[in-house]
Design a protein around this ligand. Sequence first.
Ligand SMILES: Nc1ncnc2c1ncn2[C@@H]1O[C@H](COP(=O)(O)OP(=O)(O)OP(=O)(O)O)[C@@H](O)[C@H]1O
Length: 240
Amino acid sequence: MTTPDRRSAEIVAEAKDLVVGYDRAVVGPINVRLGPGITALLGRNGAGKTTLMRTLCGVIPAVSGRCSVFGRDVSDGAAVRSQVGYLGHELALASALTVKQNLAFWREVWESIPQATLIDHDDLIGRFDLTALLGQRVRSLSRGQRQRVEMARLAMTDPDFVVLDEPLTGLDPVYAAQTRELLREWGETRTVLYSTHSVPEALELADRFLLVQGTDLIDLSHDDSEVTEQIILNHLEPAA
Ligand SMILES: Nc1ncnc2c1ncn2[C@@H]1O[C@H](COP(=O)(O)OP(=O)(O)OP(=O)(O)O)[C@@H](O)[C@H]1O
């Protein structure tokens, strides 16, 4: 389902002439504007989804061009970063510390940024059902449990731009359903960009579909015509 009105209402994140990559360019130059709602990012293995998302969040620098959140460059510092919540494949938590210690560490980091708005500790623990995990070391957690703590960490600053790299992969059915619900809730008021390899799931959740194809980023929702599984599959190129 596309909701162009909601999308055009507000630009939260924007990429201008953005090229992303490492020692070589992987995707770009691209221009894209993202607003409230859920955008699914699709593409074959190795297409560059993770690289693009990490760049949009300021985790790695752009090769060239610019990415901004509310008009401010993501590399501008911690204040703008507090408005961005990123869930990646790499752990942002210290594995030797307990869940409680990790959350306390991140709270201290964000408390030092005057512009950051912090969600109450107890609300966060309740919301992500972490009470039973607080005393456990992160390294002893299962993948799904660890992701729950990661989600609590990224939600701590109540970010407007939420970027999630394959957040529904490898979760048990109950937690996957809860995560889908959380994405839907965030998508009501926030700008959510998430990557997935599940086309049916993307069609169920997302308002907008971006697809990395070669060095391009294709917006499959550029008009009001319905995006279907076949259209998405037609756009997916052979793996690199
Ligand atoms: N740290 C890195 N240094 C150099 N090249 C990298 C690095 N990480 C990824 N790449 C390369 O960048 C390209 C894009 O990788 P990326 O992880 O962004 O793809 P992806 O679309 O997220 O893939 P997948 O669906 O398999 O997770 C690949 O060719 C990959 O080998």
